[in-house]
Ligand binder design. Structure first.
Ligand code: C5P
Length: 243
């Protein structure tokens, strides 16, 4: 990856209101490459918050993890494209037909609107799921890393730009999908910080060294007394791990 390391940090704005989001964005000015708007903020503030972040010059990853029949996800992907987002995602578990049609529609819509197509990412196994949960609750008997790699390959075959996965699966995905495939990884925790509900985690340096394209970090930055300093420390660690 030749991107400036700061561009590879995506901060998750997991707050309820536009006021809180804007406070964080102001505090983090120039400290990160993009902001992630997930279901908490999007469901409360809608597409306006995405437009407002973009008007301030920010790049936005809309993390709504679409999982539905092909036509519904295709239409949602068209909406994301017209909105002009930098990235959006869908669940690989929705199947190859859904993914293939959504990528095609995204590119078609971007061409018609004269904009760059957003990067489309596939969600594999959530970073909060343990191998035991995958087996006993979700009913997947395959080893967790093998399941993630199987889904990453399916996403790549369907034309997706990359996947969202835990840092613990980065090396296996890189090996299976090659150097260009994007791996966006949440589940990042600086040494000594709270895990919260995340289970399959690594430090920012370890995730970069393992081959992550982008890191998504929420609470270790947004919950810090000084979010800018927390982001700077993470970027420094990413830089040292340099790759
Ligand atoms: O606060 P924290 O750093 O755990 O935030 C991680 C963010 O990444 C959250 O917004 C969460 O929804 C998202 N995410 C995740 N695991 C995935 C996909 C997205 O943690 N597999």
């Amino acid at each position: 990856m030749s991107l400036d390391v700061k561009q590879r940090l995506i901060v998750a704005l997991d707050v309820d209101t536009r006021t809180e989001a804007e406070r964080l964005v102001e505090a983090l000015e120039g400290q990160a490459g993009a902001f992630k708007v997930g279901m908490q903020l999007y469901n409360s503030e809608g597409p306006e918050i995405v437009r407002s972040l973009m008007q301030r010059g920010g790049k936005v990853f809309v993390d709504l993890k679409f999982h539905d029949i092909p036509n519904t996800v295709v239409q949602a992907g068209r909406v994301m494209t017209r909105l002009g987002v930098f990235m959006y995602n869908l669940h690989v578990a929705g199947g190859q037909e859904m993914m293939r049609q959504t990528v095609a529609a995204t590119h078609e819509e971007a061409k018609a609107a004269g904009v760059n197509p957003p990067l489309v990412l596939g969600v594999t196994v959530l970073t909060s799921i343990t191998p035991q949960q995958l087996r006993e609750e979700i009913g997947v008997d395959r080893d967790l890393t093998e399941q993630v790699v199987k889904w990453a390959k399916l996403a790549q075959e369907a034309g997706l730009d990359g996947v969202v996965a835990s840092p613990q699966e980065i090396q296996a995905i890189r090996q299976a999908c090659g150097p260009e495939f994007l791996i966006v990884t949440p589940g990042v925790r600086p040494a000594g910080s709270q895990l919260n509900d995340q289970k399959r985690v690594m430090t920012p340096g370890e995730a970069i060294a393992a081959g992550a394209s982008y890191l998504v970090v929420g609470r270790p930055i947004t919950g810090a007394a000084d979010p800018a300093a927390a982001a700077q420390a993470i970027v420094q660690e990413m830089d040292k791990a340099g790759r």
